[in-house]
Design a protein around this ligand. Structure first.
Ligand code: ADP
Ligand code: MG
Length: 243
């Protein structure tokens, strides 16, 4: 492991081999009455690389949303990074959210802000001084290969570059978990491979990575545990032991 990687990895190296996310008979019903997940039993250990697959509407985004605390389970059990997602106070959920890096298909960058501002946003809440912020942002931009874009605006970047900026933003606070929802959905094969290589590298540095995708080609290029959802149920787990 290089010095750079060790540095980027500082917050996650101590996490060890513990259970990271656990669901027991977990159910999620939206306000519309739609049951998007039901009877899900699942255990994910720190450091795993997970693919979440299944047809459109299977519940992939719902499970990711529950994992970063965007929505709470309706019933059953669910714990994420030691937080009970049914009983936690809103403040606890916010803390969890800050310890989670999220990447969306449409990256959700702010087009009125520079690359620097987009990436630094999560750290501003921690009260970092500007000089330290710039140094840290440069470092994550180096990691995604875009250090020369620090002061660019997102509209000047290609779709693949924008997605790499979103990865840099997701990793800025060294979260122990990275959740990616169809991160390669809008990208050509070469650019998708680049994005997956970055996610794999983050995993090798210690982060648990969960990627929702319906692109089965991705699974061939990078090995990982495969979880398949179908109509809200977990119907396949390539690694049922959780190792
Ligand atoms: N906010 C919502 N309100 C009501 N139903 C929703 C909402 N979000 C998703 N759903 C429904 O829940 C099911 C699972 O959706 P989703 O988790 O987005 O699936 P996937 O990401 O696998 O395509 C779908 O039937 C979808 O229409
Ligand atoms: Mg989805």
């Amino acid at each position: 492991m290089t010095g750079d990687k060790q540095n980027l990895n500082a917050n996650v190296a101590h996490m060890g081999n513990k259970v990271f996310i656990e669901l027991q008979q977990t159910m999620l019903r939206y306000r519309t009455g739609k049951v998007a997940l039901s009877g899900v039993n699942l255990s994910i250990k720190q450091g795993q690389f997970i693919y979440l697959i299944g047809e459109s509407g299977a519940g992939k985004s719902t499970l990711l949303r529950m994992t970063y605390g965007g929505i709470r389970p309706t019933s059953g059990q669910m714990s994420v990074q030691g937080t009970n997602m049914l009983l936690a106070k809103d403040a606890q959920i916010r803390t969890l959210r800050q310890r989670t890096g999220v990447i969306f298909q449409d990256h959700k960058l702010l087009f009125s802000r520079t690359v620097f501002e987009n990436i630094a946003l999560p750290l501003r809440v921690h009260g970092w001084k500007r000089e330290r912020l710039v140094g840290r942002v440069r470092k994550v931009l180096q990691f995604v290969g875009l250090e020369d874009r620090l002061w660019s605006y997102p509209e000047a970047l290609s779709g693949g570059e924008q997605q790499r900026i979103a990865i840099a933003r997701a990793m800025i606070a060294t979260p122990p978990v990275i959740l990616a929802d169809e991160p390669t959905g809008n990208l050509d094969d070469d650019t998708a491979a680049k994005v997956m290589n970055l996610l794999k590298a983050l995993n090798e540095m210690g982060s648990t990575v969960i990627t929702a995708t319906h692109d089965m080609q991705l699974l061939d290029s990078h090995p990982g545990r495969v979880l398949r959802l179908h109509e809200g149920s977990l119907v396949e787990d390539s690694h049922a032991s959780g190792e």
